[in-house]
Design a protein around this ligand. Structure first.
Ligand code: NAP
Length: 336
């Protein structure tokens, strides 16, 4: 079976096409013939060796993919041969609040990921994906989609009339925009590029701000909300943006802390959080139950994840190179 893997070190140019023995599903497992995968920022860090010491070699990258069940092991009842399913990011987080045990391991590092033709996985760690989605679209759901869903729906409880600020036009951001819209909220979208903001408007953004040409974008958010601030921030920028997010959100509002695109250490005045009753909510992907709830919402609203480009399996390194350039709008995918 063909796999893309890192064997001799962590770097984009160390990704190599190799062979691993075909596996048979054991009791409780399913064998998937993979059809598509998608890239997340984390995958880029992982391949470059910047995602912590738990990742060891050899490693098959990528957490997000979709495949068809082609065989089932003894005792499998959740899914059947022919079902199209996506593996979950946290194979052991089925539902409820997260615990150390549920966070124990993740796909695409330290566990081998989905950038391979076939994979065996516990039947408990897969979810049927909505039928109206293409394979590439469905491959965007496990990490990017579910993280945005957890922020907006599960933890954020965004509702009709809320104003949500979404940062950037990457994978998580555009899912957050779409989920906020189906929840009945208004969305303020930020981007470093006006052409991406124009596309964001077509996707439903109600107002847009270029965070490069308007560096004091927190003031622009205040102006757009009658001076009060927005109800919810989907915080992806990290170091560069958190201090402004704290000023952009209303008293009693929520900041979903998801990304650290501009760095992991932020400095801001703590009284702005304390004295304004803000909730800083860390978000780490989500559970299988959350994934299934998200799929129901996506099917009901006939949502389509935003796919920027689909590379072929044999061109996986080109997909990583394109992702690293950062020009994408939505998701970069790989079709097998
Ligand atoms: N906590 C979790 O569970 C979780 C899950 C998934 C992702 N994440 C994190 O979320 C972040 C986004 O991941 P992703 O996969 O969606 O990445 P992505 O698709 O590569 O998105 C990157 C986009 O974010 C925008 N951006 C870059 N720097 C920014 C900044 N300083 N301020 C505001 N926006 C900025 C840019 O949009 P424009 O080009 O429009 O400016 C860029 O294109 C990463 O830090 C990732 O590690 C966390």
């Amino acid at each position: 079976m063909e796999v893309w893997q890192l064997t001799s070190g962590f770097a984009l140019d160390k990704l190599e096409l190799g062979e691993r023995p075909d596996a048979e599903p054991g009791p409780g497992e399913v064998l998937l013939e993979m059809r598509a995968a998608s890239l997340n920022y984390r995958d880029l860090l992982t391949v470059r060796g910047g995602y912590g010491p738990r990742n060891t070699l050899p490693l098959i990258p990528l957490s997000d993919g979709v495949g068809e069940v082609v065989a089932t092991g003894a005792g499998v009842e959740r899914v059947a041969v022919g079902d199209r399913v996506a593996p979950t990011f946290f194979p052991e987080w089925i539902g409820g609040d997260p615990t150390q045990a549920k966070f124990r391991t993740t796909l695409g590092g330290p566990l081998d990921g989905v950038l391979r033709r076939r994979m065996c996985i516990a039947a408990d760690a897969v979810v049927r994906v909505p039928e109206h989605l293409s394979d590439a679209e469905a491959a965007c759901l496990p990490c990017a989609g579910l993280t945005a869903w957890s922020a907006i729906a599960t933890l954020g409880r965004v509702g009709p009339g809320d104003v949500v600020l979404v940062q950037g036009t990457g994978g998580v951001a555009l899912f957050a925009l779409q989920f906020a819209k189906i929840a009945g909220a208004s969305v303020i979208l930020t981007s470093s590029r006006d052409d991406k903001l124009a596309r964001g408007r077509q996707l439903g953004a109600d107002a847009v701000i270029n965070y490069r040409t308007t560096p004091e974008w927190d003031k622009a958010v205040k102006a757009l909300t009658g001076g009060a601030g927005c109800d919810h921030v989907v915080e992806l920028g990290g170091a560069e943006s958190l201090a402004r997010s704290v000023r952009a959100v209303r008293i009693g509002g929520v900041i979903s802390l998801i990304g650290v695109l501009s760095g992991a250490d932020a400095t801001f005045a703590l009284p702005l959080v304390v004295m304004r009753n803000l909730r800083l909510q860390g978000v780490t992907v989500g559970s299988r139950d959350g994934f299934e709830a998200m799929c129901r919402a996506i099917a009901t609203h006939r949502l389509h994840p935003v796919v920027d480009r689909v590379f072929r399996f044999k061109d996986a390194p080109k997909a990583f190179a394109a992702f690293a350039e950062g020009r994408h709008f939505g998701k970069i995918c790989i079709g097998y």
